[in-house]
Write a protein that binds this ligand. Structure first.
Ligand SMILES: O=C(O)C(=O)C[C@H](O)[C@H](O)COP(=O)(O)O
Length: 218
């Protein structure tokens, strides 16, 4: 059993980027500004969550304006949003939970989709559908790296890969990245909704630069 080519490519790319900002964006202008900061600071990825009306149009515009950014869609809760994300130009999609219908559609259409899991049973259900690229969510609340390592152990030989999110911050990011099966981590700490709304771009820039240093082991 191996990843479909497209998912494998996405896993490889995210494995180079290592930290993916999870963004809740309310309007196109601030969305594009956030993308500009990520591109300029050398953190070329974002998961734009479908928690706002603006998400889809921001992905569409940012994919054109910042072709170097690896853009994904987050909070994809059904097959309709999955299709919207793909059509808008998202290279991958993720969800906080495990919805078999969405997973099946993504696998059938060869679109890289990482459903959220935090139990061995969910890992097995995902793998049964042909999906081995998974979100570990809510990472910290579910037991952090200790829990993740325990979950990985029985499935290591099957090539399962994880993207932990939920409570990941500068304080624990390196601990997660040290786990071989962790492709990348994600988090909202890299662009907090309040800071984006207030236009605190210098503060966001500093946080992003700090994350770049951390992923480089500094
Ligand atoms: O919405 C999704 O698709 C998700 O996978 C969940 C997000 O990754 C977390 O909500 C991020 O959690 P925090 O960084 O603790 O704020």
């Amino acid at each position: 059993m191996s990843f479909t080519l497209k998912t494998e490519q996405v896993v490889t790319e995210l494995g180079k980027i290592r930290i993916v900002p999870v963004l809740v964006l309310n309007d196109l202008t601030s969305g594009l500004k956030m993308c500009e900061i990520l591109a300029e600071c050398g953190l070329p990825a974002a998961e734009i969550t479908f928690r706002t009306q603006a998400a889809e149009s921001i992905i569409r515009a940012a994919a054109k304006e910042f072709p170097g950014l690896y853009l994904g869609a987050g909070t994809i809760l059904n097959t309709c949003d999955l299709k919207r994300a793909f059509d808008a130009g998202a290279k991958f999609a993720v969800a906080p939970g495990f919805n078999p219908k969405t997973v099946r559609t993504a696998v059938d259409s060869d679109f890289a989709f990482a459903p959220g899991v935090c139990t061995p049973s969910e890992v097995e259900q995902a793998m049964d559908l042909g999906c081995r690229f998974l979100k570990f969510f809510p990472a910290e609340a579910a037991g952090g790296t200790k829990m993740l390592k325990s979950i990985i152990a029985p499935y290591k030989h099957l090539g399962v890969r994880f993207m932990p999110t939920g409570g990941v911050t500068t304080a624990n990011v390196q601990e997660y990245l040290a786990i071989k099966e962790v492709v990348a981590v994600g988090g909202t700490w890299l662009g907090k909704a309040d800071d984006i709304a207030a236009g605190n771009w210098d503060k966001i820039r500093e946080t992003v630069k700090q994350a770049v240093a951390l992923k480089e082991g500094k």
